[in-house]
Design a protein around this ligand. Structure first.
Ligand code: ZN
Length: 273
């Protein structure tokens, strides 16, 4: 069922987190919903600006995600992820989503604050949950930023200045990692969680070992973003099928790819349960 971000985060027990999976194709969305239904866990299903660029426009894939969420039995929150285009962020309502991450992390601090505040104010007026990022989490588009950390005092100031609903912070993870080898600064997560009164979001979680993810949730991370792990599962299964079979019907190899993504999602939902 389609659920709202406000309801999800309001009802989240202390010390627990919700998994947020990135959908690129319809099959990603179906796999995420299948795992949510299997485990009964609520999930966030998110669509990034990069994925929208792949489809060239947001309407079709967003409508498909709304339909998948509406027909699932588990609660599913739809979220626009890493939106750098302010105009696109303001389309959250008409795309049928309830949550958006406005990504101003590459702007300088004052510009990030001003733009994020505009989106957060709009979100408050329209019932939309607004996530923002402070301290650039590297790894996207090859822009790796190792060692970047969010300062707890700056985080408190940023949340007060922007009135965002949740905050993505840099604590050691990085986007697009294909091995689970990142180590997280759990002490820093606790310090940031103590200094701000909004849920914290971990990006780049595919590169983080399972037990570290659980520790991060216990330390104060409320939303755990997972994207690359689904693509590793999908591409691995498709490659295995194509290596072993002839045939041209895409359903034959996309189905095992979709199943592999659903197993990966279910695994994370069990880890974070
Ligand atoms: Zn991210």
């Amino acid at each position: 069922m389609l659920s709202s971000a406000h309801d999800l985060f309001r009802g989240l027990p202390p010390g627990t987190s919700v998994a947020a999976f990135n959908a690129i194709t319809l099959e990603h969305a179906e796999a995420i919903a299948a795992a949510a239904d299997e485990t009964g866990a609520p999930v966030v299903m998110q669509l990034s600006q990069n994925a929208i660029a792949f489809h060239e426009r947001p309407e079709a894939i967003a409508a498909a995600m709304v339909a998948v969420a509406e027909t699932a039995s588990a609660p599913i929150v739809l979220h626009l992820d890493h939106i750098t285009d302010e105009e696109l962020a303001l389309r959250t309502v008409d795309l049928g989503f309830s949550s958006v991450m406005f990504d101003g992390a590459t702007r300088d601090y004052e510009e990030n604050v001003a733009a994020t505040r505009r989106v957060a104010t709009w979100g408050a007026d329209h019932g939309i949950w607004v996530e923002a990022e402070l301290g650039e989490i590297g790894g996207k588009d090859g822009a790796h930023a190792p060692g970047v950390r969010t300062d707890p005092e700056e985080a408190a100031r940023f949340v007060a200045d922007t009135a965002v609903d949740s905050l993505a912070v840099a604590v050691g993870s990085s986007h697009a990692m294909t091995t689970q080898s990142a180590s997280l600064d759990t002490d820093l997560i606790e310090r940031i969680a103590a200094s701000v009164d909004v849920p914290l979001v971990l990006h780049g979680s595919s590169g983080v070992p399972d037990e570290t993810l659980l520790r991060a949730a216990r330390a104060g991370m409320r939303k755990i973003n997972i994207g690359t792990a689904l693509n590793i599962a999908f591409t691995g299964a498709v490659r295995e099928w194509l290596d072993a079979h002839d045939g041209v019907d895409p359903r034959r190899y996309i189905a095992p790819g979709r199943d592999a993504m659903a197993r990966t999602c279910a695994h994370y939902l069990e880890v974070l349960r």
